[in-house]
Design a protein. Sequence first.
Length: 266
Amino acid sequence: MTHIETPDTIISANYAAMSKKAAHEIAALLHSKPDAVIGLATGSTPIGMYAELVRMHEEEGLDFSQATFFNLDEYVGIPHDHPQSYHHFMHEHLFSNVNANPERIHIPNGNAVDLEAECARYEQGIKDAGGIDLQVLGIGANGHIGFCEPGTDFTLGTHITQLTEQTRNDNARFFDDDHEQVPTEALSMGPATIMSAKRIIVLANNTAKTNKTHAVHDALYGDVTQDIPATILQKHPDVSFYLDWSIQREVQKMIASQSERSFSRD
Ligand code: F6R
């Protein structure tokens, strides 16, 4: 039988506390399994988590040297040193500030001559590393995980994806608020890649810039559908959502107003 369950939620008072809790889960993994394979996300949400990991490395000697890292995604067609490339992001927020081994850092190459071959190479690289022990995710306002946009086939591995207008608008905040500058394509782990991770954690806080209350609500409680990629997580046996109290409250309000509506219809 297919496993479907409401994912576990871990609620923190605010963004800083949420970031610390998530960082502590990664640190615990690095302590118990120094050569762990860890999948990482970019975007605004995990920045606080990376800052805490860097602090733990500097002040407590948290060791990254034996671990292997695979990032979820990368834009197609922008240079690696572009300030908004995910290569640049990861080095700025984490890799340049800890003792990760450069040979064990993997980020899809959005400038590969043969993008299909790059996707196949990346997917195989994850398998060859023994699979991902812990995958970190953010979630888009349209329910995307990685850059698996609504409608993405749940059976896909790493693939080339066309970014939706909503994602390009949401990410314009990183590109001088100009959505024309946001690339139209990306390489992304697929739902099947993400679901093959042994454990998954999703971070989401309430932000004015991208209202993702609906997406978080549906990921936790909605029907599982390819139209909202994050809903597939309900089928994973070991997933936790790290939320700040503010988004948790918005999700609860949404549930309350839905049951009020169905009550008044009865
Ligand atoms: C980033 C990624 C995306 C983001 C999502 C949320 O590697 O895969 O799915 O996690 O777009 O972005 P933020 O955190 O900026 O709201």
